[in-house]
Design a binder for this molecule. Structure first.
Ligand code: HEM
Ligand code: NAG
Ligand code: NAG
Length: 221
């Protein structure tokens, strides 16, 4: 009987723990080029500091993408390069056509950008708001979980210090885990209609399971 009770409680705890947990800092890594994407949420919960590092030739770019799915189209891209002379970090968007590559957002929503070139190691750094003021559809908000795409190795062409062309990646992929930041809800932000019934349905189910466990235990003793 104790075994049965334990089993029921274990099932309840497991289902509770399976719900996605959020992070304030962490990193995702890919073997290719020792690619590292690291993030740290600012204490205000509204901005996230990000670094992206990879081993790649000095005339090539590195990028990270935030997306609702695991494919290249419709992905919010931060891309940058540093060839020892010129550098850039841009807020871009991968549209429907993969071959077109990421096009520059008319509204740039990254700040404190910088790059480091240390031999073969390229690092780009940037900060972005979790909820972007760009409502044109060219940014993905990070107050909900997002897939993170990685890519690097495409050639970067500079003319008079400006990026004029980006070649396709030598390596690309998608990290298995989604990025789930512990966002601070802003007063202007109202929960979407689809989220509210789901979470309240989940808590009703949890209360029901708990009640069942208590009645069950009470019935035994
Ligand atoms: C000039 C820039 C780019 C070009 C020309 C380009 C082109 C392409 C092409 C032709 C494919 C399909 C063939 C293949 O598998 O390689 C592809 C796939 C892919 N790309 Fe790109 N890409 C660019 C930039 C990016 C960026 C910035 C990211 C992410 C940060 C990215 C992520 C991916 C991923 C994850 C795939 C595999 C999944 C899929 O096919 O959608 N790409 N890319
Ligand atoms: C990014 O790199 C800088 C310089 O090494 C470091 O001070 C900072 O903590 C890093 N931030 C993240 C989010 O990894
Ligand atoms: C970048 O690559 C070129 C050509 O391979 C090389 O001459 C140059 O020294 C490199 N620059 C840096 C900063 O590594």
């Amino acid at each position: 009987m104790i075994t049965l009770i334990s089993a029921v409680i274990f099932c309840f705890l497991t289902s509770a723990l399976a719900q996605q947990t959020c992070s304030t800092e962490g990193q995702f890594t890919a073997a290719a080029g020792y690619y590292v994407f690291s993030w740290s949420l600012q204490s205000n919960g509204m901005y996230v500091d990000c670094n992206v590092s990879v081993n790649t030739a000095n005339n090539t770019w590195v990028a990270v993408g935030f997306s609702e799915n695991q494919i290249m189209p419709d992905t919010d891209v931060i891309i940058g390069a540093n060839d020892g002379t010129d550098e850039f970090v841009d807020d871009r968007w991968n549209g429907a056509d993969r071959r077109a590559g990421p096009s520059l957002d008319p509204m740039q929503n990254i700040m404190d950008t910088s790059t480091i070139r240390d031999g073969n190691r390229l690092t780009i750094m940037f900060t972005r708001p979790l909820v972007s003021p760009d409502t044109s559809g060219r940014d993905e908000n990070l107050d909900v979980c997002r897939y993170v795409l990685w890519a690097f190795g495409g050639t970067t062409t500079f003319e008079n210090g400006d990026v004029t062309a980006l070649g396709g990646h030598s390596n690309r992929g998608v990290f298995p885990n989604q990025l789930c930041l512990c966002a601070t809800p802003t007063p202007t932000e109202t929960p979407t209609p689809t989220e509210t019934p789901t979470s309240s349905a989940a808590s009703v189910a949890n209360v029901a399971v708990l009640t069942f466990i208590f009645i069950f235990i009470a019935a035994i003793f």
